[in-house]
Design a protein around this ligand. Structure first.
Ligand SMILES: Cc1cc2nc3c(=O)[nH]c(=O)nc-3n(C[C@H](O)[C@H](O)[C@H](O)COP(=O)(O)O)c2cc1C
Length: 352
């Protein structure tokens, strides 16, 4: 393996696999049931063809953009991923530092290895906070207030997990949450994914809770886990600021479509009323171009950032994003796009 940096994100994943236990690697890498949706997320990117464009002066390429008005150096955010201390002792703190080093935003999960206040204190850059909304309104209001007080720049309500997808890898490997792993998950340890994480979820979550959250905070609200165009339309009607077209990285409904497959329909349904992001299977700079050409404002990456964290802490996270940024710059040049705003639907090769 050597000390040379990984050539691409697939290689980074292999390096992470080599240093993590099978159970921990499986918890992060795995999806629900037969992992069909997990695989589809990757496969669907391959079906989106891009027109190369030539004889454009591409000496200067600028990957900077904004999300909800907040500047980022590249249109790639770090998705909320639970329990990051499982792969690195500094966990979410190192992830937040890596995001800042790369000039982007990390979305901190409710299921954090350390208290959210500690992560915000350690973070040199902006963070958004992902919510699993507790059933109890008082507890929900308290969590929102904590995130606001800590300095969150947006709240991301995850809506695709009323119940937990069945992660069979965890059952096979006997993956257990370590004791003291989280501020929210009961910290007595030895709990299975299905026992502990399942207890955080709210099968009663509905549009009423979205309306409540909208009115309970002045922060921008983003709904994460939208696939169907009707849900996208309704999100916009509910007055949210953004949606994430996401199938939770293939960890919830196995059989759900790949995100890139349904992105365009969600973008059309929202009709410009909210920003639309995509996550799931983004592993190449060309994937970022594809998603933006299909209408996403930015993409989020989950596992690649974890592999960076596992292999190199803060620098590893920044390195993973750096790989993606270098690929994005090259892909933009080959598509004749000098700025992110020049990436549009005319880059897509339509079959007819
Ligand atoms: C191990 C793991 C834990 C995750 N934890 C959360 C979470 O706590 N909250 C959430 O909204 N999404 C969670 N996700 C989903 C990610 O935010 C994101 O949707 C997904 O990882 C994107 O796909 P990618 O990993 O292929 O980039 C998790 C994903 C993984 C792999």
């Amino acid at each position: 393996m050597g000390d040379e940096p990984a050539v691409n994100l697939a290689e980074l994943e292999e390096r992470a696999r080599a240093i993590l236990t099978e159970a921990v690697f499986g918890f992060f890498a795995g999806g629900a049931e037969d992992e069909l949706t997990l695989a589809a997320n990757r496969a669907a990117f391959r079906d989106v063809r891009l027109w190369q464009r030539v004889l454009v002066d591409v000496r200067t390429i600028d990957t900077a953009t904004t999300v909800l008005g907040q500047p980022v150096a590249l249109p790639v955010l770090i998705a909320p991923v639970a329990l990051q201390a499982l792969v690195h002792p500094e966990g979410e703190r190192a992830m937040a530092c890596g995001a800042a080093e790369a000039g982007t935003i990390m979305v901190l999960s409710t299921v954090s290895s350390v208290a959210l206040e500690e992560v915000f204190r350690a973070a040199p850059g902006p963070l958004w906070f992902q919510l699993y909304l507790p059933v109890d309104r008082g507890a929900a209001a308290e969590l929102v207030a904590r995130a606001e007080a800590a300095g969150a720049r947006a709240l991301v309500l995850t809506v695709d997990a009323p119940v937990l997808g069945r992660r069979e890898r965890d059952l096979r490997t006997g993956f257990r949450l370590p004791s003291g792993a989280s501020q929210v998950v009961p910290s007595d340890g030895g709990l299975s994914t299905h026992g502990a994480l399942g207890s955080l979820l709210n099968p009663g979550l509905g549009w009423n809770e979205v309306a409540w959250l909208r009115s309970a905070t002045r922060l921008p609200v983003v709904l994460k886990g939208i696939l169907h165009p009707d849900d996208a339309r309704r999100s916009a009607e509910a007055g949210v600021d953004g949606i994430v077209v996401s199938n939770h990285g293939g960890r919830q409904l196995d059989g759900a479509p790949a995100t890139v497959e349904v992105l365009e329909r969600a973008v059309a349904a929202v009709g410009g009323a909210a920003e639309v992001y995509l996550d799931g299977g983004v592993r190449r700079g060309t994937d970022v171009v594809r998603a933006l050409a299909l209408g996403a404002r930015a993409v989020w990456v989950g596992r690649p950032a974890v592999w960076g964290l596992a292999t190199g802490g803060t620098d590893g996270v920044a390195g993973a994003l750096g790989l993606l940024r270098a690929e994005l710059e090259r892909s933009m040049a080959l598509c004749g796009c000098r700025t992110v705003s020049e990436i549009g639907p005319e880059l897509l090769v339509r079959s007819s």
